[in-house]
Design a protein around this ligand. Structure first.
Ligand SMILES: C[S@@+](CC[C@H](N)C(=O)[O-])C[C@H]1O[C@@H](n2cnc3c(N)ncnc32)[C@H](O)[C@@H]1O
Length: 266
């Protein structure tokens, strides 16, 4: 595994401290439930990031089972290892999983599929590493318009930082169409494909915390680094643009629904 740079570890630590509790934590139990993970299972978390889903799986499989997490980002893996040293973390891409055929009872993944360079190849890899009858569960965000505050933030970035910055924030929402998801999974050889849509709630400590996490944490991951003056200008404007989603306690809350696609190795 390549050792992570300080910047990569800082970005991944910010992701674990802010994005995970605000957005991702709430999905882990639902994805693991959908994959029917149980005691003794061998489970793989693809695009594990800092490991929130793998940690949930580990709490279900007990000592008779095992959990592995794979991700190409060494910063994410360094934080994953720091938080849960007992899980096996490996550097690798979903399109070429570094595991033998038929090695797992369940493959789970949340909010990574939209970033894979070859989604069909990645899903084929998930099927390859599953044992016969093994289960898949993959979560992706609903379309951008359904995630209340994000279309406003995207529009703000479009106006104040340009199309590349706005596109970086659109990227997580490109797989919102259930029919497209069914076609994608079936074309990769996944059997018994089913899509369920779930309500979710994004909860950030403040507008500033939410937008700053995107500008300083998410955009750089997508290759967009904004100058400090521009970041400050956007943060000031964001307070006004997103005021509708501020609670009386000053936190930010809005609906953030997602699809969970399930299937099995035929
Ligand atoms: C939004 S994060 C989700 C992380 C984690 N699953 C969670 O719920 O917090 C997306 C993750 O996809 C990973 N990723 C991007 N391209 C990938 C690829 N080709 N193969 C595997 N993971 C990839 C990124 O490194 C990042 O950790």
């Amino acid at each position: 595994m390549r050792s992570a740079s300080e910047d990569e570890i800082a970005a991944a630590s910010a992701y674990e401290d802010l994005h995970v509790p605000a957005l991702f934590q709430q999905w882990a139990a639902r994805v693991v439930d959908t994959a029917r993970v149980r005691t003794g299972d061998r489970v793989l978390d693809v695009a594990c990031g800092t490991g929130v889903l793998a940690r949930e799986a580990a709490s279900r499989v007990g000592r008779l089972g095992s959990v592995a997490g794979v991700d190409p980002n060494p910063g994410m893996l360094a934080v994953a290892k720091r938080v849960a040293p007992g899980i096996e973390w490996r550097e690798g891409a979903a399109e070429a999983l570094p595991y033998e055929d038929n090695s797992f009872d369940a493959v789970v993944s949340q909010f990574g599929l939209m970033f894979f360079t070859d989604r069909v190849a990645a899903l084929r890899e998930m099927v390859r590493v599953l044992d016969r009858g093994g289960r898949i569960a993959v979560a992706v965000w609903e379309s951008l318009e359904r995630s209340q505050a994000y279309p406003i933030e995207v529009e703000l970035l479009e106006q104040m930082a340009g199309a590349q910055a706005a596109d970086a924030l659109r990227a997580p929402f490109v797989l919102g169409d259930p029919a497209e998801l069914v076609g994608l999974f079936e074309s990769a050889g996944v059997g018994a494909v089913n899509v369920t849509t779930h309500r979710g709630t994004a909860r950030f400590p403040s507008v500033r915390a939410m937008v700053e996490a995107d500008l300083r944490g998410w955009l750089p991951v997508m290759g967009v680094v904004l100058p400090e003056e521009q970041i400050q200008n956007i943060l000031e404007e964001a307070d006004r643009a997103l005021s509708h989603y501020v609670t009386t306690a000053g936190t930010v809350e809005f609906e953030a629904p997602a699809h969970i696609v399930s299937g099995a190795k035929p």
